[in-house]
Design a protein. Structure first.
Length: 288
């Protein structure tokens, strides 16, 4: 049986990128390239030949970042086994776990966690939960929450994961976050998730946020309510007009306040309540 031969680049080809290469994709080294393309045989030979698995480019991207961003689980296994830094940060402060979350790779996320990756990075930087919410990877959002991801992690550019999910119109992700206990009225420069929903003109998203207790009267740093970002007489404008004029029902007020009291993990707590199934369904927003 013939064995596939892989040509290993000359040592000078494995150098770190020069300053003049900033911003150029070709600044990536062969080990970065093998990780990005999922070339397991080449990656293995490079590692066996002594190439450092923690080589960084000028933007601090490691081979592990590349493998995770493209969901190449076998490459991730090789790199981690060879000593790749599991929480390495690139120039944007993203870790390999952030990249795996953006790619929607559950396998990579679980493997990184097994090797000690942090689900919650320092404050004011994008978290894996932000990345999964931004990319609409609802399965990853749920997994990260189950792993203890901070629902109120605050990025100085994006706000909370809920802000990101709403700005990108990922309703499934937004509902998972809300059901897990995310603060529907969390603000970035006084801007709430409802402001984002109004800006993207998503009526279904607006309805869901209001049902979860979103404040239609909240004003951002420009003094504008969510409805101020809609076109006159548009479906979203009429939606806000209805919610601004109609008081919440007693059942809705009770639901919102009970969910607030239960806090994070409310769904699990509701499932243990000795109440009729229909009421239990109402408390977990299954009608939305």
């Amino acid at each position: 049986m013939e064995t596939e031969t892989v040509t290993i680049p000359a040592p000078e080809a494995l150098r770190s990128p020069a300053i003049g290469d900033i911003g150029n994709w070709f600044a990536r080294t062969p080990i970065h390239d093998a990780s990005r393309h999922g070339n397991v045989p080449l990656l293995k030979q490079l590692i066996d030949s002594g190439v450092c698995v923690n080589l960084v480019t000028v933007d601090s991207i490691t081979p592990l970042h590349e493998a995770c961003l493209h969901g190449h689980i076998q490459c991730v296994k090789l790199l981690l086994a060879a000593g790749a830094q599991v929480d390495a940060r690139n120039i944007d402060s993203s870790t390999p776990l952030c990249d795996a979350s953006a790619a929607g790779s559950l396998e990579c996320i679980k493997l990184l966690i097994d090797f000690g990756a942090k689900v919650n990075p320092p404050l004011f930087t994008a978290s894996p939960l932000h990345e999964a919410s931004m990319s609409g990877k609802s399965d990853c959002v749920k997994l990260l929450i189950d792993l203890g991801a901070n629902l109120e992690a605050h990025d100085c550019h994006f706000g909370t994961p809920l802000h990101v999910a709403c700005a990108r119109e990922h309703l499934d992700c937004a509902k998972i976050l809300l059901n897990a206990g995310a603060n529907v009225n969390a603000a970035k420069l006084h801007e709430t998730a409802l402001h984002h929903a109004a800006k993207v003109k998503n009526k279904d998203l607006i309805k869901m946020l209001v049902e979860f207790g979103g404040n239609v009267y909240a004003r951002d740093n420009r003094g504008k309510k969510p409805s101020d970002y809609t076109w006159p007489n548009s479906p979203t404008a009429r939606c806000f007009e209805y919610y601004e004029k109609m008081p919440k029902s007693l059942s809705q007020l009770c639901r919102v306040n009970l969910r607030k009291a239960l806090g994070q993990g409310a769904i699990e707590k509701v499932s243990k309540l000795n109440i009729p199934p229909r009421l239990r369904e109402y408390l977990v927003f299954n009608e939305l």
